[in-house]
Design a protein around this ligand. Sequence first.
Ligand code: WT7
Length: 660
Amino acid sequence: MSAIESVLQEHRVFNPPEALVAKAAISGMDAYLKLTAEAERDYEGFWSRLAREQLAWHTPFTKGLDESNAPFYKWFEDGTLNVSYNCLDRNVEAGLGERTAIVFEADDGTVTRVTYQDLLARVCKLANGLRSLGVKKGDRVVIYMPMSIEGIVAMQACARIGATHSVVFGGFSSKSLHERVVDAGAVVVLTADEQVRGGKVLPLKSIVDEALALEGTEAVRHVVVYRRTGGNVAYQAGRDIDLATLVASQSTTCEPEWVGAEHPLFILYTSGSTGKPKGVQHSTGGYLLWAALTMRWSFDIKPTDVFWCTADIGWVTGHTYIAYGPTAVGATQVVFEGVPTYPNAGRFWDMIQKHKVTIFYTAPTAIRSLIKASDADPKVAPKNYDLSSLRILGTVGEPINPEAWVWYHTEVGGGRCPVIDTFWQTETGGHVITPLPGVTPLVPGSCTLPLPGIAAAIVDEAGGDVANGQGGILVIKRPWPSMIRTIWNDPERFKKSYFPEELGGRLYLAGDGAVRDAERGYFTIMGRIDDVLNVAGHRMGTMEIESALVANPIVAEAAVVGRPDDTTGEAICAFVVLKQTRPSGEDATRIANELRAWVAREIGPIAKPKDIRFGENLPKTRSGKIMRRLLRSLAKGEAITQDVSTLENPAILEQLGEAK
Ligand code: WT7
């Protein structure tokens, strides 16, 4: 049975616990339906009301939505505000200065606490420091930092002075970093000397040096270095400066830069169906509204909660549910530097117990790998820890299979915590389809219903509605405040990718297939319909990996597809034709490992193909098109049922069946 069939045949329903419903921000299905009806009645008024209630505006806005240049929608455009003011000063002014903002746990278990007052002072110092380096409103700053208080401070400091940040995940290679620095036109790069993960020390600053040695980076005037390990790294005089030195003499107050609601808060690069990553541009007002609102709606955050999102600030989850959402609502959150399996696979459970975490948000891949680990070693199973502080669980990033859902619900949540399966994307800014803890009866494997005001629907290839029970293309029919504004430097690609003419040019195309069940209209996501893979919740373009492979001088041709994987959801499978004769035996293993290392250098270790298969050729149609469907079957190890009569050399199918 396929994963999707198993979800559609899923009849277990978990109703929200009564005690939770009673106190929830949205309490009961009627309250949800009331909000949905309000949005239906007066869409612009609905979002305007929430934007006024949730955010502190420096200048109030007079108009909610401007659709005059669709699909370049604008929200709350004539209002001004500052994100860091909203996340920090506002909380301090409300008397929460002494509240813990961040409980930081380092890889080695060292814990550091920061109050809202401290966080504000640190953000102001760095904001002043960046201003002293000449950074001003609208400049782009690249942040290539490990999980740290400093990383969050860096993002908030950029927001404070109106600089647009672009965080690059610390696992990306110098080439990937270079590509992003150049596309963003960054003037400053913030980094660390080194990063520590699972007891291992990995470089950061030297990778920045490599990236900046490449062409097109002349705009970068300074590199600011957070001393994480104190390791020995090279400094370029005049360009590089220690973060500690930069902030040492700076004031702990800093006047925020009041920016328009549409001012770009950040650009975050993500993979699309071509080789070049897309710089997803987000706004200030609409984005922050979503970060705050979904903390309240989807996670039901309360002043007594301890929130923990295990994502990295290099991904959008770490933006919305670490750097901005929790602070926007004055919450206490745990921030973690390390990995779930170090010093052992009980690390998450140990941290939940130690910090009395109440809301825990992680990825299906992590859950699946921890299920395996606790099967193998019962000592690290969740039942050995006191997890009674938990009240809400969340997942994100990829479909969660019902078995993993039920384990999470039972073994981690003790059967009492709703599992909030949040569907969203880098482009949506925050949750769009998700259960609400005090509202939604849960069905394992389904992300259930759209948030109030989100016009999610399933359509066919011409944009026509599809009946419940039938699969189709997931779209959102109306703009919403936290949606992507454009692709940085490429408005045409924005229109083509997300508002394609084939669907009429007005529907937001998510890029996923989905189905709604006949009984409740619940959504289940079936995975990407474009050439994008989801490996361990990380989005990877097949074209990016193919380009990396063919850039190797020994490679003649390469095609990359995904195949199902028990732990990572999908795994990368590369079919490779070498310029030399097809290798076999140990030669093939050695070359496959060389190619993996090559891809790690070109893109980053997350893009390394799990399987590499060598052939003398790739299966192609008469017109020379690679038969990807056939490759997907080969990757899965399925019997070939497709018509292969047009293949020039059917023997290659046998060759390609062997994985290295
Ligand atoms: C893609 C977006 C959302 C932040 C992290 C990933 C997949 C995301 C779910 C979910 C099924 C999901 C989709 C989506 N996805 N959440 N709850 N159930 N699939 O953001 O890197 O932009 O990836 O992740 O395929 O399109 P992203």
